[in-house]
Design a protein around this ligand. Structure first.
Ligand code: NAD
Length: 250
């Protein structure tokens, strides 16, 4: 099938669906200028990923914090990172009542910035900090980012970015809400994820088992493409999602 025909077929599935769930990864944010973590141009080619190991953060806090600060708070804050047309279409679909939720592996807060209200953050969110002692949460904008690791105003405990480090579990609420959404949708769109990060990568298979139609948008085939995907759209999500939206409304 030609790409245009596939886009039309995807638009038809989505237009007829009663409940759509989107499952996103690093690829949806690539057009917002956020580089991947691994592979060509990946952040972890330059830095030691050990900085994001939870035990390492507690034992070698100053060393770890220096890298976290540079990567997540200096690097990103010095760039104009904003939602791209792919994020915007997902927010529009939620507003129109078509999209039930976004399940995201990303930590960049761009779905919420685009306007999505129901976002299950499987790996947490870098725009918040959490106290490792009392659990208090703070918006990152309220934390003074300096060379000294930040501490909790309430109890003095060490703060950490509220995304999951290596060695930490998936936030329970996001985990169970994602399973429930995958089990109860009739169309499921995989966007910009290679499907290599566990346990997030098992969510699309659950939607498939529950008979959802699987649409996939990725630059390259993923672990899903030849196994569970019904309609594979190869290309940039910032191009393809607006095209699908246009066709749904034509
Ligand atoms: P991944 O890097 O393993 O795969 C990215 C996928 O996106 C690839 O399949 C690639 O073909 C595709 N892609 C690249 N550009 C695209 C585009 N413009 N449109 C559509 N698809 C595109 O990413 P992953 O599967 O999300 O796993 C990486 C892990 O690192 C995740 O746990 C994620 O949380 C984390 N991560 C997050 C961010 C972020 O928050 N923005 C950025 C990098 C990595």
């Amino acid at each position: 099938m030609e790409q245009d025909e596939k886009i039309k077929a995807a638009a038809q599935v989505l237009a007829e669906a009663k409940s759509i769930v989107a499952f996103t990864g690093a690829g949806i944010s690539a057009e917002s200028g956020i580089p991947p973590f691994r592979g060509e141009g990946g952040i972890w080619n330059k830095y030691n990923p050990e900085a994001l190991d939870i035990e390492y953060y507690y034992r070698h806090t100053n060393e770890s914090w220096a890298i976290i600060r540079e990567v997540f708070y200096d690097y990103f804050n010095n760039r104009e990172v904003k939602p791209n047309p792919g994020h915007i279409v997902l927010a529009k679909w939620e507003k129109e009542g078509r999209l039930r939720c976004v399940i995201t592996q990303n930590i960049d807060d761009l779905h919420t910035k685009a306007g999505n209200k129901t976002v299950h953050e499987f790996h947490g969110n870098m725009s918040r900090f959490v106290c490792s002692k009392c659990g208090a949460k703070y918006p990152a904008g309220e934390i003074q980012i300096t060379t000294t690791p930040p501490h909790c105003e309430k109890c003095g405990g060490l703060l950490k970015p509220d995304f999951i480090f290596f060695g930490e579990g998936i936030p329970h609420e996001a985990y169970y809400a994602s399973l429930e959404a995958a089990e109860n949708c009739d169309a499921f769109i995989i966007i910009g994820t290679s499907g290599q990060v566990s346990p997030a990568n098992m969510i699309p298979g659950i939607a498939k088992q529950h008979k959802a139609k699987i649409i996939e948008i990725n630059m390259e085939p993923s672990t899903y493409t030849n196994h569970i995907t019904d309609i594979y759209l190869q290309g940039k999500s910032g191009d393809i999602l607006p095209k699908i939206d246009e066709m749904m409304n034509s």
